[in-house]
Design a binder for this molecule. Structure first.
Ligand code: SF4
Ligand code: SF4
Length: 163
């Protein structure tokens, strides 16, 4: 059996996320913010299940891949703050010509609302610039929502502040 590339590289691809059923349908993404859990490793963790206030995350056993019920998820971002693996994100494609991506941030400095930041891909490459629209903190993790070009909605998974 072919080894998934994320096991070799440590970075999952959009195609792998899609083939594992971890990406919401386009129609749901266009309705408003929704969680994407990029957590295919089947590690013994279920923190997101209990953290979700909407009961939208399902795991039958602790080593399952966590699955989001896209209809129950309200895009609140609690899972983004609580996931110890920094593997939870929220994506919103409800506005024309742009997208919003919510990412965990555990570096200093903390981005400020309105600030322009670097947009980083899953493998840490700078892929563009975006404007921070919301910043909040929980459990000592900052949760940052950034406006990004629509075509980068499935690429941007971190931000970098240069100050
Ligand atoms: S974004 Fe909120 S509602 Fe959606 S899965 Fe995460 S914690 Fe649950
Ligand atoms: S909290 Fe994070 S690492 Fe743990 S199961 Fe959920 S998505 Fe995976």
């Amino acid at each position: 059996m072919e080894i998934p590339s994320f096991r070799r590289t440590g970075v999952i691809s959009v195609e792998e996320l899609r083939s594992l059923g971890l990406l919401p349908p386009e129609e749901r993404l266009r309705k408003g913010p929704v969680a994407i859990l990029e957590c295919p490793e089947q590690i013994p963790c279920n923190i997101c299940v209990d953290a979700c206030p909407s009961g939208a995350i399902r795991m039958d056993k602790i080593t399952d891949i966590p699955r989001v019920d896209w209809d129950k998820c309200v895009g609140c971002g609690t899972c983004v703050a609580m996931c110890p693996g920094l593997a939870a994100f929220v994506v919103d494609l409800s506005k024309p010509n742009r997208a919003y991506v919510t990412v965990p941030h555990e570096f200093l400095p903390v981005p400020r609302e309105g600030e322009e930041v670097w947009l980083l891909s899953r493998d840490g490459r700078r892929v563009g610039r975006g404007r921070v629209v919301k910043v909040w903190e929980r459990n000592r993790t900052w949760v940052v929502t950034v406006e990004v070009p629509r075509e980068l909605a499935m690429e941007v998974r971190a931000v970098w502040v240069e100050r």
